[in-house]
Design a protein around this ligand. Structure first.
Ligand code: HEM
Ligand SMILES: *[C@@H]1O[C@H](CO)[C@@H](O)[C@H](O)[C@H]1NC(C)=O
Ligand SMILES: *[C@@H]1O[C@H](CO)[C@@H](O)[C@H](O)[C@H]1NC(C)=O
Ligand SMILES: *[C@@H]1O[C@H](CO)[C@@H](O)[C@H](O)[C@H]1NC(C)=O
Ligand SMILES: *[C@@H]1O[C@H](CO)[C@@H](O)[C@H](O)[C@H]1NC(C)=O
Ligand SMILES: *[C@@H]1O[C@H](CO)[C@@H](O)[C@H](O)[C@H]1NC(C)=O
Ligand SMILES: *[C@@H]1O[C@H](CO)[C@@H](O)[C@H](O)[C@H]1NC(C)=O
Ligand SMILES: CC(=O)N[C@H]1CO[C@H](CO)[C@@H](O)[C@@H]1O
Length: 328
């Protein structure tokens, strides 16, 4: 730095400012001029419908996660077909087979198209709906800056490769999150989303039956809890039943996910994996022992980061007319 001298230094500062500004960021209330009622329309729709179908809030939150982890938050998860991949879009990949709520997004999109045709991206709809739905069920709120544009590619193999599987160990989770610019704290905080929603037995049944091929169960899962799951819900390895991820409060955004994980009752190996590293175990314990308010604040911070992953802004991508298909 010394060799650069003052002018060299100022030049560097100038260059980084220019680079920073061409990399257009999301902004709060991006549609204030182009469609002033947009965010209110989303909020009203969510508030009118989520109280009647609270379980959708979890599905919509998860959809935002799956969108952001593949090609950035660009609504690629919603596409049925693209010219490069045909019908092998993210939707058909194993992790997406249990996604729900596509028609909810489509209905919000129709309302927005009626108000301001061709203005609001599907990617922003996914981000806004996820936040508003979680808030509508009493969960945390977070800032959702907007201005995301929609992608034109959706590839099933990428979803399979980049969305962490429930069987993931700690190092896989760490890498998958780091690849998206998220750290270990984000991993623990965002895994806390499993305080709401449901899971199919297929996502964890391998832990209950013949885990290592000697008729055993996953030793990282509380054996009493495992026996209970085998007896009541997941009666065979092929059971199609669904279970509450956070039994007793699966509709309430609270700290009980962390309590369950610490009792070795997290459903997935990926939940249990958070106990296998001293750093994530310590975050987990801190969150569990802290206040709900603290968890909500941390969750808001990490969600904002997640909502920023690989966003397309400015002139990249497009504003889709229908969320399931790219514009022709
Ligand atoms: C850390 C890696 C993660 C893994 C391996 C994982 C895996 C899973 C699996 C397997 C399910 C159950 C799907 C089913 O069988 O129906 C699930 C559900 C869910 N996940 Fe995750 N997840 C992870 C992180 C996240 C994150 C970051 C979020 C959101 C911020 C999230 C939100 C949810 C929600 C809300 C549900 C319930 C969905 C519903 O009720 O339909 N997960 N997750
Ligand atoms: C989809 O992604 C996979 C894995 O990244 C890649 O090998 C493949 O070429 C992609 N398919 C298309 C049609 O782009
Ligand atoms: C996907 O496309 C292939 C041919 O490209 C077709 O045979 C198949 O039926 C399609 N699947 C669905 C679910 O539309
Ligand atoms: C974690 O899982 C990955 C992928 O399955 C595997 O390659 C790796 O060896 C595992 N790491 C540990 C520490 O078990
Ligand atoms: C458990 O897995 C092993 C190895 O894959 C297999 O040989 C055995 O038959 C399985 N046992 C049961 C009860 O499914
Ligand atoms: C589960 O499904 C697999 C594959 O479809 C089958 O081979 C297996 O026999 C089934 N196991 C049980 C216990 O039903
Ligand atoms: C996209 O596929 C879904 C099923 O996954 C279907 O319900 C929807 O009608 C399709 N949308 C379009 C525009 O093709
Ligand atoms: C929501 C969705 O599109 N789910 C699809 C996931 O993929 C399977 C096939 O692999 C389809 O049957 C589901 O409709």
């Amino acid at each position: 730095m010394e060799k650069l001298g003052y002018y060299g230094f100022m030049l560097l500062v100038l260059i980084s400012v220019v680079i920073g500004s061409t990399n257009a960021d999301l902004t709060m209330n991006f549609y204030a001029k182009s469609c002033p009622k947009a965010e209110k329309i989303v909020l009203d729709y969510v508030n009118n419908h989520i109280p009647n179908a609270p379980s959708l809030a979890a599905a919509l939150l998860r959809m935002h996660f799956h969108d952001c982890f593949v090609r950035g938050c660009d609504a690629s998860v919603l596409l049925n077909f693209t010219s490069s991949t045909g019908n092998q879009t993210e939707k058909v990949a194993v992790p997406n087979q249990t996604l729900r709520g596509f028609d909810f997004i489509d209905r919000v999109k129709s309302l927005l198209e009626a108000e301001c045709p061709g203005v609001i991206s599907c990617a922003d709809i996914v981000a806004l709906v996820a936040r508003d739905a979680v808030v509508a069920t009493g969960g945390p709120s977070w800032s959702v800056p907007t201005g995301r544009r929609d992608g034109v590619v959706s590839n099933a193999s990428e979803a399979l490769a980049q969305i962490p599987a429930p069987s993931s160990n700690f190092s896989t989770l760490q890498t998958d999150f780091a690849n998206k610019g998220l750290n270990l704290k984000d991993l623990v905080v965002l895994s806390g989303a499993h305080t709401i929603g449901i899971s199919h037995c297929s996502s964890f049944a391998s832990r209950l039956y013949n885990f290592t091929g000697v008729g055993d169960q996953d030793p990282a899962l509380d054996s009493e809890y495992a026996a209970n799951l085998r007896a009541r819900k997941c009666r065979s390895i092929n059971s199609t039943a669904i279970v509450e991820m956070d039994p007793g409060s699966f509709r309430t955004f609270d700290l009980s996910y962390y309590t369950f994980v610490l009792k070795r009752r997290g459903l997935f190996e990926s939940d249990a994996a958070l106990l296998t590293d001293s750093r994530t175990r310590s975050f987990l314990t801190q969150l569990e022992q802290g206040s709900v308010k603290n968890f909500f604040q941390e969750f808001a911070e990490s969600m904002e980061k997640m909502g920023n992953i690989g966003v397309k802004t400015g002139t990249s991508g497009e504003i889709r007319k229908r969320c399931a298909v790219v514009n022709s």
